[in-house]
Design a protein around this ligand. Structure first.
Ligand SMILES: [Zn+2]
Length: 334
């Protein structure tokens, strides 16, 4: 009998569910809107119902279910606790699914899941030291050092978006901290940082003609607008992106010096939709930096694009990292 694995990706807007074979080939994929309201079982129930209806013919042959979710979470309980980017912020996840479907559920933070997906099926396959960084609504990371997936005492060993890159603390992060990388360079915060720059700078007449300046005055600035206008050569947009990239380069420099990776794989919509303005600039910045204390890693965009967390979730189910299994105490109740 064929063996199947289910992967689930829980994000702020979409929940993706896929059935795959052990080699990571996706057979079917279903996408649902993330519920905007409900109780602490709504999300688990939606996943159970979707698996029962859409993937019913496979369920008997499913060996395990992997889940990558926006966090933070309590790994021991298998629950998500106060996630800033999911409308229902606190919810039970692994145990209700495990209890109903009678399959082990392996869950992790979405970026931790992504790095495991890259290590198992993607660009990280031939390396022992792999970092995954997403530059999206937020900035997050997943880290593997000498083949060990880093977790930490509560499962937060990878929270690179909250590293301090500006001790003057000009910008306040969604977590409440000051000067965090994510507060300058993530999709949700770029408009706020750009506005601060436009307040501080004395602009030339040409710069005042920029669509960016008009959007700033109308309060309609978005990171999409800044990057799309920069691609058309707008000087003011490029000047802003240059400032944002100083924080991206600082963040990457810290990560490279901390974890000594062989490869850093980059995902997230801000990076993937603007590879030249984000990933290429980071690469160039690191090459020029005198502060890298190790040899430079490869820096590459993920080949899985939007499916990266889903691929990681399938990898968690099919090839669960043993230290993660140990941390997921609820697994013992199956
Ligand atoms: Zn923060």
């Amino acid at each position: 009998m064929k063996e199947y694995y289910i992967g689930v990706d829980i994000g702020g807007t979409w929940i993706r569910i896929a059935i795959a074979t052990r080699d990571g080939s996706i057979i079917e994929k279903t996408v649902k809107k993330t519920p905007r309201e409900g109780d602490r079982y709504t999300i688990a129930n939606l996943i159970i119902e979707t698996i029962k209806t859409s993937l019913n013919k496979y369920v008997e042959s499913v060996k395990a279910i992997g889940i990558g979710t926006a966090g933070p979470m309590d790994l021991a309980l298998g629950a998500v606790i106060n996630a800033p980017n999911i409308p229902i912020r606190t919810f039970e996840l692994a145990k209700p699914i495990q209890d109903v479907l009678k399959k082990s559920v392996i869950m992790a933070n979405d970026c931790v899941t992504a790095v495991w997906g890259e290590k198992t099926f993607g660009l990280g396959k031939k390396y022992e030291n792999v970092v995954y960084i997403t530059i999206s609504t937020g900035i997050g990371g997943g880290i593997i050092v000498n083949d060990l997936l880093l977790l930490g005492k509560m499962g937060n060993a990878h929270e690179i978006g909250h590293m301090v890159v500006d001790v003057s603390g000009k910008m306040r992060c969604g977590c409440g901290g000051y000067g965090h990388w994510e507060a300058y360079a993530s999709g949700a915060n770029i408009p706020k940082y750009a506005s601060l720059l436009l307040e501080m700078w004395s602009l030339s007449d040409v710069e005042k003609e920029s669509q960016i300046y008009k959007a700033y005055r109308d309060n309609t600035l978005s990171s999409e607008l800044i990057y799309s206008i920069a691609k058309e050569g707008d000087k003011l947009a490029l000047r802003i992106i240059n400032e944002i990239n100083k924080y991206n380069i600082a963040g990457f420099e810290n990560v490279v010096n901390l974890y000594d990776p062989e490869i850093v794989i980059v995902g997230g919509s801000v990076a993937l939709k603007n590879k030249e303005l984000v990933i290429d600039r980071i690469r160039e910045g690191l090459k020029k930096s005198p502060g890298i204390v190790t040899s430079l890693p490869r820096i590459e965009p993920t080949v899985f694009e939007d499916d990266i967390v889903l691929m990681g979730a399938i990898a968690l189910a099919a090839y669960p990292p043993q230290n993660l299994v140990k941390a997921l105490k609820y697994l013992q109740t199956l």
